[in-house]
Design a protein around this ligand. Structure first.
Ligand code: WTA
Length: 653
């Protein structure tokens, strides 16, 4: 906890506030009365938000709450894809651009709402031909290309829940997700472009499908045109989608029909299949996208830099913005290809007005230097957003000054895969923001900071972040793991959702997020569990035991540091090579995002008498701090030995 104390002290001294300009406030979608309206009658408020969607059958009850199970807009029927697409076309907005797509090599596509709808209908027809029916699960493993969004919307259109697996995950990680959801079809691509070269995706699918599964067909988008091995179960997207009819009548689904499953790391090695349903989820993503990003669909160009493989891509590239009829930029590649000003060049090229990105990228830009943003005209920007991890006040100020030219409000948005949509955030034009704070719960949301006994802490105090009222886009469970759902989220405080984050209330009641309080790390805004990396490490033949901690990292928020005990008979001499082999092994087991920053080979791990590894002490070592209280260790000398042994250990990239 020593690090938390340090950040608490720093935060206490932050007293800068930034109200929005009167001009922004006057034109903002969110007006101050929104809070009072939600406060007065929370359910009536959500009813009003839900009415902005197109329902084929209206609901007869707003909420059925049997903790920890919520149902929203009961009896209502709607189709997600109709709300995102058909509605705009039938109301005369078909020629509006939905996506300005920019491939990493510089190829571009402009896709209107009418074109996107046609693509989605044809893809839905192709899925029908491949045997997909409502309720079947479809795994999507794609680069950041428009077909990723098309595939998701086609599944949604047919009521087949999609399970998008981030393209950076390994074959093993893909297989376990395919198995857990029992997917019938996998949609993928030959590959994509990243860091100036084509990478392959299809071989990982082939590798994954060597395992046990019930996948019948693999639908493959041709993106890079690289050599691609082929089996009988494979079907080229352009061949099957290309010859489909562009007519497809969408069916209405129950408000509580599952829309998607998205896996996220928990505190055990097995990822959790977070599942979301339709009516409540769409209501909250559309509402938050409209209010938090102040979207003016006729004039704004909105760009969320997330990958569709994460929840941010689901809620704030696919569902929220499309329901609101936004025009977006979608970019395939990395921010430094072919040069470090690529994102800024694209902002200028497309006249981006709203940018939503992650603190890790903001800090990377800071490191690269102001000359890159300054070389481009960023004057089109009017609003900036941040998500995925706490944003430190320095990065916040830099974002405001250098990217936002001191004129753009910043919305620091706190939420989770589980919450489905933004929960805590300033309302631009209403909230006077503080650098580094997500400020307060949105209208309609109830968040509190509590102590160990679930008692709300006073101003100026820290504790656990909880959500004590159900919200429309809340997860409906963990796929196939009911007990785990109750245990993970609802047992720390009986009947109250515990988010896993620590937070502090400042003297004005603003919320400051302090990071995870469980064994989940946050690396570049990606959640990775310490246990997941530990079990990947011990699956290597050389490793007897492993302990993993997330150590503070100036660039990525946290970096993964592993302490490893080797099996008897393994020579320490080839340490460097072994180190490399272990890091590659983790990449193979989970994916490059979980590759440890540093692996330290040790002879002992600090354990309590009951055998529990004291990660807190390892964290002290990993962060080069004086090791804290070690009196409860079974062997008090262990930390001394570890620290000494590490003096010579050197860190890798
Ligand atoms: C963290 C991403 C501080 C937090 C949308 C949460 C944040 C986890 C913020 C969820 C923020 C997300 N400030 N921390 N603005 N946004 N987090 O599921 O620890 O990938 O629990 O969802 O990211 O990560 P997930």
């Amino acid at each position: 906890m020593s690090q938390d104390h340090e950040s608490l002290e720093n935060l206490l001294s932050e007293d800068r506030t930034f109200p929005a300009s009167a001009q922004f406030a006057a034109a903002a979608n969110a007006q101050p009365d929104l809070y009072a309206r939600a406060e007065k009658d929370r359910l009536a408020f959500w009813d009003e938000q839900a009415k902005s969607l197109q329902w084929d059958t209206p609901w007869n009850k707003t909420l059925d709450w049997q903790p920890p199970y919520a149902k929203w807009f009961i009896g209502g029927k709607l189709n997600a894809s109709v709300n995102a697409l058909d509605r705009h076309v039938s109301e005369g907005r078909g020629s509006r651009v939905a996506f300005h797509f920019e491939g990493e090599p510089g190829d571009t596509r402009t896709i209107t709402y009418a074109e996107l709808l046609t693509d989605v209908k044809k893809t839905a027809n192709a899925l029908i031909e491949l045997g997909v029916k409502a309720g079947d699960r479809v795994a999507i493993y794609m680069p950041m290309i428009p077909e990723a969004a098309v595939a998701m919307l086609a599944c949604a259109r047919m009521g087949a829940p999609h399970s998008v697996v981030f393209g950076g995950f390994s074959a093993d990680a893909l297989l376990s997700r395919i198995q857990d959801a029992d997917a019938k079809i996998v949609i993928t691509a030959d590959g994509g472009f990243r860091k100036g070269a084509a990478f392959a995706l299809k071989p990982a699918v082939d590798e994954a499908l060597k395992g046990k599964h019930n996948v019948e067909k693999v639908l493959v988008v041709q993106r890079t045109k690289q050599e691609t091995a082929w089996t009988e179960r494979d079907v080229w997207w352009h061949e099957i989608v290309g010859r489909q009819s562009s007519e497809h009548v969408a069916e209405s689904f129950d408000s509580e029909h599952p829309l998607f499953i998205l896996y996220t790391s928990g505190t055990t090695a097995k990822p959790k299949g977070i599942f979301h349903t339709t009516g409540g989820y769409l209501t909250q993503v559309a509402y938050t996208h409209k209010m938090v990003f102040d979207i003016k669909p006729e004039t704004d160009v909105y760009w969320c830099t997330a990958d569709v493989g994460w929840v941010t891509g689901h809620s704030y590239i696919v569902y929220g913005p499309l329901i609101n009829g936004a025009t977006q930029v979608m970019y395939e590649g990395t921010p430094d290809t072919p040069h470090k000003g690529r994102i800024f060049e694209l902002i200028a090229k497309y006249g981006v007005t709203i940018l939503y990105t992650a603190p890790t990228l903001i800090r990377t830009w800071m490191k690269w230097g102001d000359e890159f943003p300054q070389a481009h005209d960023l004057s089109s920007l009017r609003l900036l957003g941040s998500v995925g991890e706490p944003i430190n006040p320095e990065a916040w100020m830099w974002y405001r000054e250098v990217i936002g030219g001191n004129r753009c409000p910043i919305v620091d948005t706190w939420w989770q895969t589980e919450t489905g949509a933004i929960m805590i955030s300033p309302l631009p034009g209403v909230t006077a923001t503080k650098p580094g704070s997500a400020m307060t719960a949105l209208p309609g949301i109830s968040a509190k900071v509590v102590d160990d006994n679930a008692v709300p802490v006073g101003k100026g105090h820290g504790g656990y972040l909880i959500l004590d009222q159900p919200w429309p886009s809340m997860l409906r469970g963990i796929w196939g793991e009911n007990e785990r759902y109750k245990e993970t989220y609802w047992s720390r405080f009986e009947g109250i959702y515990f988010a896993g984050d620590g937070a502090k209330l400042d003297n004005d009641g603003a919320i400051w997020l302090l990071g995870r309080v469980d064994d989940v790390m946050n690396v570049s805004g990606h959640r990775i569990s310490t246990t997941e990396v530990e079990s990947a490490l011990v699956s290597h033949e050389a490793v007897a035991e492993a302990a993993v901690v997330g150590a503070a990292d100036a660039m990525t928020g946290q970096g993964i540091v592993a302490f490893v005990i080797l099996r008897g008979g393994i020579e320490h001499a080839d340490g460097e090579e072994l180190n490399k082999a272990l890091r590659n092994h983790v990449t193979k087991e989970i994916g490059a995002i979980a590759k440890p920053r540093q692996i330290l080979i040790v002879n002992e791990l600090p354990k309590t008498r009951s055998g529990k590894i004291m990660r807190r002490l390892l964290k002290d070592v990993a962060e080069n701090r004086v090791v804290g209280d070690a009196t409860t260790l079974a062997d008090p000398n262990v930390m001394k030995l570890i620290s000494e042994g590490l003096q010579s250990a050197k860190s890798e990239d």
